[in-house]
Design a protein. Structure first.
Length: 256
């Protein structure tokens, strides 16, 4: 029994079986012109987007939790800063930096940078492969660093967390490098969109860090949606103010 399980696991039995179930379950929901590979990419991209958004929200809660443990409150106020003894203002950030250094040294050295350059490096040099442990290590290290008062922001860590999530899912299904890079971009876009409430900016950010994606593929689908919204006489798109002014035709090219 163990030998059978080991052989099936080595050959990617579970990932292939799950992929077949996904293709068969959603095949009828898409036009017949789409290939099974395209349907699979769309479904997994949506799944990565959902998980990336939840991961970004969880990351913010982790930061607030570390800050509450470190300083007794999760909001930065002048009264809170004044109430903290001067030596604690030195000890807490120093202890946070020490913990972050240990995580980087013993767990994952990829999290020592800003986050975005490491994702670009993984796409350009390693075909989009990012170790799954990077996702956990980045979330822990950055939440401790920011929560204890370290000089860091949320953008880079969230991008790397989302990208590592997309890469992990792609590696599980053993997709080709081009599709793996796409999943990495989906994770990065999900992180940016959820962190800053900017879905369009997240999509364009993914185009920037994944050069294999063609802008024409994005632009062919965007103008019809924006154009239909303008023709309907509404000034909002999905309940939000329009982020793209289509008054000038050169903003996004018309589809051919």
């Amino acid at each position: 029994m163990r030998r059978w399980f080991k052989v099936k696991r080595q050959k990617g039995y579970f990932s292939k079986t799950l992929r077949k179930k996904i293709d068969s379950a959603f095949a009828k929901a898409f036009p017949p012109s789409l290939k099974s590979e395209q349907i699979f990419v769309i479904i997994i991209a949506v799944f990565i987007g959902l998980l990336g958004g939840l991961g970004a929200a969880g990351f913010r809660h982790m930061i607030n939790g570390v800050q509450r443990i470190s300083y007794g409150d999760w909001t930065y106020t002048l009264e809170l800063i004044r109430s903290i003894p001067w030596y604690m203002k030195v000890i807490i950030p120093s202890a946070g930096g020490l913990i972050v250094g240990l995580i980087i040294y013993f767990f994952a050295k990829e999290v020592k940078g800003h986050g975005v350059p490491e994702v670009i490096e993984a796409i350009a040099l390693r075909g989009g492969k990012i170790r799954p442990r990077v996702m956990v290590a980045r979330a822990l290290a950055s939440s401790i660093c920011i929560g204890t008062g370290g000089s860091s922001g949320r953008e880079g860590p969230i991008v790397q967390i989302g990208s590592a999530l997309g890469s992990t899912i792609g590696q599980f299904f053993k997709v080709p490098p081009s599709t793996l890079k796409t999943f990495v971009g989906c994770g990065a876009a999900a992180g940016i969109a959820s962190a800053f409430n900017a879905p369009i900016a997240g999509a364009f950010f993914a185009l920037e860090i994944t050069p294999h994606l063609r802008f024409s593929n994005f632009s062919r689908s965007s103008p019809p949606m924006v154009k239909n919204q303008r023709e309907s006489g509404s000034s909002t798109w999905t309940g939000l103010p329009m982020a793209i002014d289509m008054a000038r035709g050169w903003n996004l090219p018309e589809p051919k």
